[in-house]
Ligand binder design. Structure first.
Ligand SMILES: [Zn+2]
Length: 271
């Protein structure tokens, strides 16, 4: 009984937790986008209270979403895939990404994750979803999200992974820092060589995700993210249904974020 409990119920529970957490992160990301980056941002003077003290609303008519519609994945079908006020169809991205978050949580739940490590991935997921959302819509990354990820990365290194860091005798910590900073400086160089086409936020994001991922996986992250970006743009050339914020600029933060989440799973399975 205990084995069954550990092998199925815990991962399922963490999967559901991630689906709910995703739906919260998505609402927060949308409000941050609306208050600071959207064309309607000037009509929202009370930005902080708009972001934190609001119930979920329809994207078109701003009608409050009923509690039924707030249930991850199932809510979309329970309300008949339409807003109950203006009857406009609700985007499929809500149930699809909530289902993906459930699968991500299922995978995290099947690993042996210590409580502190679990707290780090929860916060990282929230901040990354904000980065991915805003970068994909307007090619900008909120500085607060990058700062949060950097602080989380430092916390991950000094408290979670290497609590004995002050002895300065841990080779793994030295390697984690080396890999993160080599990519950081390399991205600075890339930014200059590309004529400042890449944002400073992308450069800082590489450093933060290096701190969070550690070696050897952080070594693969930029290459992996670039491969994801190339696949995305090849798919986009075949289908006009895929939205891209720009024809010439790539929202690299999106692919760094997705790359991190996938490599996090690979790291967990390999351990
Ligand atoms: Zn509506």
């Amino acid at each position: 009984m205990d084995v069954i409990f550990a092998k199925t119920l815990i991962p399922a529970g963490i999967g559901i937790l991630f689906a709910i957490w995703h739906s919260f992160a998505d609402a927060l990301a949308w409000r941050i986008y609306a208050a600071y980056y959207s064309p309607q941002r000037k009509s929202i003077p009370q930005k902080v209270s708009f972001i934190f003290s609001q119930s979920s609303v329809c994207e078109y008519c701003a009608a409050k979403v009923s509690w039924l519609g707030l249930i991850p994945v199932a809510g979309f079908f329970l309300v008949g895939r339409r807003c109950q006020n203006c009857t406009r169809p609700i985007s499929w991205r809500f149930p699809v990404f909530e289902a993906l978050a459930f699968v991500f949580g299922l995978c995290v739940g099947s690993m042996n994750t210590a409580p502190l490590e679990f707290a780090v991935i929860l916060v990282a997921y929230l901040l990354l979803w904000i980065v991915i959302n805003v970068d994909y819509r307007v090619l900008l990354i909120p500085t607060e999200a990058i700062l949060g990820l950097l602080l989380l990365g430092i916390f991950n290194l000094l408290v979670v992974r290497y609590p004995q860091w002050f002895l300065f005798n841990n080779f793994d910590l030295a390697l984690d820092l080396a890999v993160s900073f080599v990519w950081y400086f390399f991205f600075h160089l890339l930014r200059i060589l590309s004529g400042y086409k890449m944002g400073l936020a992308d450069v800082r994001l590489v450093l933060a995700l290096g701190f969070l991922l550690g070696h050897p996986y952080a070594m693969y992250l930029p290459g992996f993210a670039a491969a994801l970006a190339i696949i995305f743009y090849l798919l986009r050339r075949r289908s006009l249904l895929i939205y891209a914020p720009s024809e010439t600029q790539i929202p690299f933060g999106v692919f760094l974020g997705i790359g991190y989440l996938l490599l996090y799973l690979v790291r967990g399975w390999a351990a």
